[in-house]
Design a protein around this ligand. Structure first.
Ligand SMILES: C[S@@+](CC[C@H](N)C(=O)[O-])C[C@H]1O[C@@H](n2cnc3c(N)ncnc32)[C@H](O)[C@@H]1O
Length: 177
């Protein structure tokens, strides 16, 4: 299947390598949570995948302090992608554990520029059901992410590391529990 023009633009105009796998994953998803919008490379890839796939929904948490984020959200909200998109404008650290326990997502993509506190990654696990996938960038570069992966319960989760952008981990929940 050929990639949509928007995703092609992102792939060829930037140094980033994550849009393509995120687009393909989104084709099969009903519900996606990403944490971190900024220029919206991942946001756009997910939205194209949702539109071309099952017409599911993307919730994007970002506190909006980088001026690129409200600009990206505004462009999306005025586009044909708007119906698939909700911006949750908050500091992710202030979203309580109970929120993560109460929701379930097919795909989770925590992508903060700073080192994400381990609690965020642990909270992201609470969103996962059997078959959910979590994508993590730069796992070979950021020791806290390596530690998080090394400590996963392998009865419940499997993972693979793709050799892009200092390592992209794809964690899959294999069993309920
Ligand atoms: C690396 S960028 C996201 C890039 C985007 N996922 C992409 O692929 O183009 C990280 C974003 O997370 C936001 N951010 C950083 N810390 C945050 C926090 N504690 N809560 C919410 N958003 C945060 C930043 O302002 C920035 O917009």
């Amino acid at each position: 299947m050929s990639l949509p023009a928007k995703v092609m633009e992102i792939i060829y105009d930037t140094k980033y390598q994550h849009p393509r796998p995120l687009y393909y994953a989104a084709l099969k998803a009903d519900s996606i949570l990403e944490i971190g919008i900024r220029e919206g490379y991942s946001t756009t890839s997910f939205l194209c995948g949702l539109r071309d796939g099952k017409q599911g929904h993307l919730w994007s948490i970002d506190w909006g302090r980088d001026p690129k984020t409200p600009k990206t959200a505004d462009i999306i909200q005025r586009s044909e992608m708007a119906e698939y998109f909700t911006w949750i404008k908050r500091d992710v650290r202030l979203i309580p554990e109970s929120w993560f326990k109460a929701h379930s997502m097919d795909i989770i993509f925590p992508d903060l520029n700073d080192l994400p506190p381990t609690v965020i990654l642990q909270n992201c696990l609470l969103l996962m059901h059997k078959g959910s996938k979590m994508f993590l960038l730069d796992v070979n570069r950021i020791s806290e992410k390596e530690m998080f992966i090394a400590n996963l319960d392998l009865d419940l989760y499997s993972y693979e590391i793709k050799p892009i952008q200092s390592g992209m981990a794809i964690i899959t929940k294999e069993a309920d529990g």
